[in-house]
Design a binder for this molecule. Structure first.
Ligand code: BEZ
Ligand code: FE
Length: 275
């Protein structure tokens, strides 16, 4: 491995993996080296450009701690999170489609029975209701809908000192007939955080940072494959240009006016767990 040239350097780097005993790691690194070298060959970066890229990734890492994950945000805004999601959630027809988890899920929300109000004394509210069932229509009793969303100021509870922990979050259980119902606030479209490298990058490429209004869910039930998903608001201005590419038609729901508030009817359909 001496006197390597532009022509044979990639082959030498690939050959350096020969002794790797972990077959999956070897496959992953081989593919990564192939694509990364091909990228560099195509782009032909100057040293300054290459260091600018390294500086960008370094700054991204510096933004990360146990409360903030700028790399997840980068993966989300580059469409990689939704691609990984799509590959890992090929569903049978009729099953609820998945969507991106995002960086603002915190496990541990309070357990709630069906009928719970996640926003007592706050409005305007929406009652979300329906069933959790299997693709062949069997109702799923004791299923859990782990719900989270932003407040009307566009911030999640952990982003905002003005909100209680787990504000607008809850683990709602279905009743014996598989039905669920909870009241929350009508969600708003909001900006993903723009004070880090992702915000800078969106600006450089002329993209906006907004997500259409949505409520997040992880729906699970014994014996079924859980689904991580979101319900989007019909008519939202950002449905066609979600900053993280997460909208699917089957997840867009209609808010029907009801007594000064709204109702949304939506069934969640879970596939059987793979044995
Ligand atoms: C969210 O919907 O919470 C979210 C998803 C991806 C990136 C940022 C936020
Ligand atoms: Fe969100």
């Amino acid at each position: 491995m001496r006197n390597l040239t532009e022509e044979n350097l990639t082959d030498a780097v690939l050959a350096s993996l020969a002794a790797c005993g972990d077959a999956r790691l070897k496959d992953v690194m081989t593919s990564l080296f192939r694509h990364l070298h091909a990228f560099v060959r195509e782009i032909e970066p100057t040293p300054e450009e290459w260091f600018a890229g390294i500086r960008f990734l370094t700054e991204t890492g510096k933004m990360c701690d146990d409360k903030r994950q700028e790399f997840i945000l980068l993966s989300d805004t580059w469409g990689v999170s939704m691609l990984v999601d799509a590959i890992n959630n090929r569903k049978q027809a009729g099953a609820t489609e998945s969507s991106v988890l995002g960086p603002f899920y915190v496990d541990g929300a309070p357990e709630k029975n069906t009928g719970a109000d996640l926003a007592p004394d706050e409005g305007p509210g929406v009652t979300v209701r329906g069933k959790v069932r299997t693709p062949d229509g069997r109702p799923l009793a004791n299923a859990t809908l782990d719900v989270w969303q932003t407040a009307p100021n566009g911030l999640y509870h952990m982003q905002d000192a003005g909100q209680d922990e787990y504000h607008l979050c809850g683990k709602v259980r279905t009743a014996a007939d598989g039905s669920y119902r909870f009241r929350t606030l009508k969600p708003v479209s909001y900006s993903i955080p723009t004070d880090g490298t992702v915000g800078k990058w969106l600006g450089w490429v002329g993209r906006h940072p907004y997500r259409p209004a949505h409520i997040h869910f992880i729906v699970s039930a014994p014996g079924c494959r859980p689904v991580v998903t979101q319900l989007f608001t019909e008519g939202d201005a950002y449905l066609e240009s979600d900053a993280v590419f997460a909208v699917k038609n089957s997840l867009v729901v209609k808010y029907e006016p009801a007594g000064g508030e709204w109702t949304v009817d939506h069934d969640f359909v879970l596939e059987p767990a793979v044995a």
